[in-house]
Write a protein that binds this ligand. Sequence first.
Ligand code: MN
Length: 489
Amino acid sequence: MKQNKFYFVVGSQHLYGPETLQMVDADAKTMVDGFNADANIPCEIVFLPCVKTSSEIADVMNKANNDSACAGVICWMHTFSPSKMWIKGLSMLQKPYLHLNTQFNRDIPWSTIDMDFMNLNQSAHGDREHGYITARLNKARKVIAGHWENADFRKEIGVWMRAAVGYKESQSLRCLRISDNMRSVAVTDGDKVEAQYRLGWEIEHYGVGDIINYVEQVTEAEIDTQIEEYKKYYTFATDNMDAVRYQAREEIAVKRFMDERGFTAFHTNFEDLQGLRQLPGLASQDLMRLGYGFGAEGDWKVAAMTRILKAMTADLNGGTAFMEDYTYHFEPGNEMIMGAHMLEVCPTIAQTKPEIQVHPLGIGGREDPARLVFKAKPGAAIVVSLVDMGTHLRMIVNDIECVEQINDMPKLPVSGVLWKPMPNLKTSAEAWIYAGGAHHSVLSYDVTAEMMRDFAEMAGIEFVHINKDTKIADFRRELQYNAVIFGRG
Ligand code: MN
């Protein structure tokens, strides 16, 4: 996370003379040092000398574009900075853009304030001049106002930074498709050209035979090492070590196949296993623990999104998982959704140490697969779905509260999450279905809806948020308005 850099670009002009500009730089340096020492700021902010001309601004934006470590640009107008000089640079900028509206001093120094002070501390109107040009250029951006030493202000910067790190990850993301989409399923499919254009994803298909070649080359010694790795994280609750060792073999093969080709996300398809003896269960789960994105049934969108959400919060340990709406609990006053998948739930969301178990699987027509079984932890979280509307990509986010799982389900040997969606199950489900949200999603305890809103702004895709204040009539109207904005009027 700390390897991601953000340029801090402070706007000014030559009107005030060199002494004022020296003060601008000194104040900006103090601010950057303060940000970098704060745990709420997850990435490094790079101090740069203040910009005074159109060519200086173009140069710094060009540098940001070409610096692969730079995940975004943060601007602030310490003094007035006539914004026509920003047109060229802002038009060139291809990285996420944050406009801070702050001020070095918190309070007006009543007894000493004079015209020199006013010349130096002008963000109250300088940032408005700047806001005009970003609005005029329709620049994708985030605006955060407040004093730079305020903790909430810094937390907001941190949220935006995480979104920008996700966007940076998105731009270099490569997703491995093992086989194609599950036959006849609509929501897991979509326009891969649009996904590459908007989100940068390279989505590449390989036949199952290509993976099987790697599976066959894995050695018994490599499997022994992988089993030792499993022992660090999981409890063995099976005697069927042959099944567990086969999952280890699949994990080593898929990981090697991905690492050799730069893939960081993948999907399987239980309809197309060919010579694979088991559907990858434990293998997929452990690869998610390592940070790879995963989707089942050919769902490349959810695989890529799982990877991106994990990248946004790589320094945190709250957990992010591929998820599926499984079953409803309609008990009056205690309505909930059980989320799970037949095998592939990420162990980073487990409350207790996951158990390796082996059970039959009713679909896929192969041997009993080993899988991790656990209950997920309680806590606030979100679920995220990305769907292809034909005209554009739509992101749907629902705030949820995961609850303690007090009941055992001895005849359902899968990992599960139990949650209460906001504002309630009825409104959440209706809104999600009106929006066309998938049954597959990414569930995260670390990522927030605001992060995903910022990410969607960066990518230029539609974003809708189902939350504690959602009303169905308003939500449907929002979808109608958005349909006009995104070309489906
Ligand atoms: Mn599924």
